[in-house]
Design a protein around this ligand. Structure first.
Ligand code: FE2
Ligand code: FE2
Length: 197
């Protein structure tokens, strides 16, 4: 089942704080615009943007509980920083709780925090829209990332993943191997030895 914009907005509005709801709307608008530019279904991008932080209101304990029970934990870092789980738990709850079966929506929600080894265009759009939406608090490289998004999504992804990794390094945080692997894949693509797909 795919929800229309108004249904998706109502579902999220009831779960998230006003600030997070507004962030979700801005991600949706940004993703819609990026999808149009990329020749993708803008409506699907909008709904995915609205839903991407579906599990963001859950406590660390709740995220861990759902993730453990559903077998979603891929690395011990997620036990130490349960917030990282809001993406995979969100996709899981959208599927099991709301009956959303659209694999593209679920995949983009799942990959929006850590990235993944194989990201399709909608995955990239949601990951990047989350990082550049207009109300996003400024961080080093934000304006550069906004420019790159207008030019090439793969270059923007490499820059976005490296910004995320640098942010973790600067704060002495653990790195999630999935993010490092995703960054390596985009670097390979930039160097021309990673086939499309
Ligand atoms: Fe998120
Ligand atoms: Fe977000």
């Amino acid at each position: 089942m795919i929800y229309n914009d108004a249904q998706a907005e109502r579902i999220v509005k009831n779960r998230l704080s006003q600030k997070r709801y507004e962030h979700s709307v801005e991600v949706a608008r940004t993703a819609e615009r990026m999808a149009m530019a990329a020749g993708l279904d803008p409506g699907k991008a909008y709904v995915t943007g609205i839903l991407h932080d579906y599990a963001k209101n859950l406590s660390d304990g709740q995220l861990l509980e759902v993730a453990r029970q559903a077998g979603l934990i891929t690395d011990s870092i997620e036990e130490e920083s349960p917030c990282l789980l809001h993406a995979s738990v969100g996709a899981y709850l959208l599927e099991t709780g709301l009956g959303i079966r659209d694999v593209e929506i679920l995949s983009a929600v799942r990959a929006h925090t850590l990235g993944s080894m194989r990201m399709n265009t909608l995955d990239k759009i949601i990951y990047l829209a989350d990082m550049i939406e207009p109300t996003r608090q400024s961080y080093p490289g934000l304006e550069r990332l906004r420019q790159l998004v207008e030019q090439d999504l793969d270059t923007a992804m490499l820059f976005g993943l490296e910004s995320t990794i640098r942010h973790c390094l600067d704060r002495g945080r653990l790195l999630h191997p999935t993010t490092v692997e995703a960054r390596n894949q985009f670097l390979r693509r930039m160097k021309g030895n990673w086939p499309e797909g």
